[in-house]
Design a protein around this ligand. Sequence first.
Ligand code: SIN
Ligand code: FE2
Length: 210
Amino acid sequence: MAKVLQPENLPEGTRYWPGFFDRAAQEALVETIRALVMESPLFTPRMPRTGTPMSVRMTNCGALGWVTDRERGYRYQPTHPETGKPWPPMPAVLDDLWQAVVPDAPPPQACLINFYNAQARMSLHQDRDEQDFSAPVVSVSLGDECLYRLGGLERNSPTRSFRLKSGDVFVLGGAGRLMFHGVDRIYPGTSDLLKNGGRINLTLRRVTHP
Ligand code: SIN
Ligand code: FE2
């Protein structure tokens, strides 16, 4: 059984707001994301060197977007890898979220939009492609619940897992900024927010030194 992560047993540097977005706000956010995806379509990221496709599909908004492919690996760039167009601007609702949860951090430059179907997963990793780790990573869950795994600062550190639900906001910052994390599985049918099911994760990041 996945434990519910309670405010009193959060590791240092992490913060958790269950239900930060209410249903109406979640619906509005999904509409915003739909419009972004029309302009900046989901693409299939590929692992560096092997070219193995990841199971999530992704796109970005903001000045910079996170991409990966066989030839050039993990990086940030200002344009969509397939259309060559600049990423759509960061919507105000996401700037507002950042301001509300990490008011002291310089403004976010990138929002990675990950779409998980029922089979998608994300293996344990650190977010470390940014030049600057002083700003937190702010993440939003929408749609089906997932089993989120949180480790420590080493790949072999002990891990714990808990369910993230639609509307939840989770932050990795400070001593927790480089904690390993991943998504073990999606629980299909746990939300009716997305018409065809699945989960969206938004990850807001500061990339360069302010
Ligand atoms: C990620 O670490 O890129 C995604 C985390 C999540 O889907 O909650
Ligand atoms: Fe991550």
